[in-house]
Write a protein that binds this ligand. Structure first.
Ligand SMILES: O=C(O)CCC(=O)C(=O)O
Length: 268
């Protein structure tokens, strides 16, 4: 299983592990996510648009969510697929779902809209976008709901190896890339796990009336700045593995902005 997983990840830029979590666990996680949304007035971690709901740091919002992200199943993937130099960059649960009456927060469209890659980005001397490349950072997706052809995450298989260093594709570039790589719907059933090389081009699916919760858990080498300042996270009975994931055993660059952004340009 591990061999096939790694060879798929290297060749196609993504791999699927069917039925990795039990239905009981997934159902408990769904209930905790729904409760977190109902209580969202209490937290800035919940963002909504009329097509999506996102809960950053979802592991803070329920015992099952926490034990899923930091439990033995994740530890096995972490150690076997990326290795112990990796820590968590971000953990966000996202539902892509039509909700015309949603209170709009800072977001106006789902996180993940439009073809993009999540590998760390920087700019060269001419200001051109560059990315860290394939095989560096990864995203583990846990399906909490069944997804469909419409609302599933879309990927361009093998595009993680494209000789192209930008971060986002404009519509004309996207057409050229789709002609070369094709487009695949990563349709998952609740309990399945998918792993994506962050250099792979992907995008969120189309919102439907159905709930489509997925947990997106991003892993980067310890020296990559996480999206949040995890060093201030308070979790009762913190385990050694949790402390490792939350960068408490190494000192990464500090996040400069409270949400998502990992870099604030200076006047220099
Ligand atoms: O919600 C999705 O299907 C995709 C999310 C995504 O692209 C991201 O979080 O980078």
């Amino acid at each position: 299983m591990q061999k096939k997983l790694i060879s798929d990840l290297v060749e196609f830029g993504f791999a699927i592990l069917p039925e990795y979590f039990t239905q009981d666990r997934i159902a408990a996680c769904r209930t905790e996510l729904e409760d977190a949304v109902l209580g969202h007035g209490l937290t800035p971690h919940v963002l909504m648009s009329t097509e999506s709901v996102h809960i950053h740091n979802f592991f803070l919002y329920g015992a099952k969510l926490r034990s899923t992200l930091f439990g033995l199943e994740f530890q096995r993937l972490h150690a076997g697929v990326f290795g112990k130099s990796y820590c968590l960059r971000n953990a966000v649960a996202s539902s892509i779902q039509l909700n015309p009456s949603a209170d709009e927060t800072a977001l106006h469209a789902p996180i993940g809209s439009g073809w993009h890659r999540d590998t760390p980005q920087f700019h060269d001397v001419e200001g051109k976008s560059k990315v860290a490349g394939p095989g560096v950072t990864f995203q583990v997706i846990v399906a909490i709901d069944n997804s469909s052809i419409e609302n599933s995450t879309k990927v361009m298989p093998r595009s993680h190896k494209a000789d192209w260093s930008g971060h986002r594709l404009d519509p004309d570039e996207a057409i050229k890339f789709i002609t070369t790589y094709g487009e695949r719907n990563v349709v998952l059933q609740a309990g399945d796990v998918a792993i994506i090389d962050d250099n792979l081009f992907h995008r969120a699916g189309i919102a439907t009336p159905n709930s489509r919760w997925m947990c997106f858990c991003s892993y980067t080498p310890w020296y990559v700045k996480p999206y949040f300042d995890f060093s201030v996270t308070v979790l009762p009975d913190l385990t050694e593995y949790e402390a490792h994931c939350l960068h408490m055993t190494a000192v990464p660059p500090r996040p400069e902005e409270p949400l998502r952004n990992t870099f604030r340009p200076s006047a220099w």
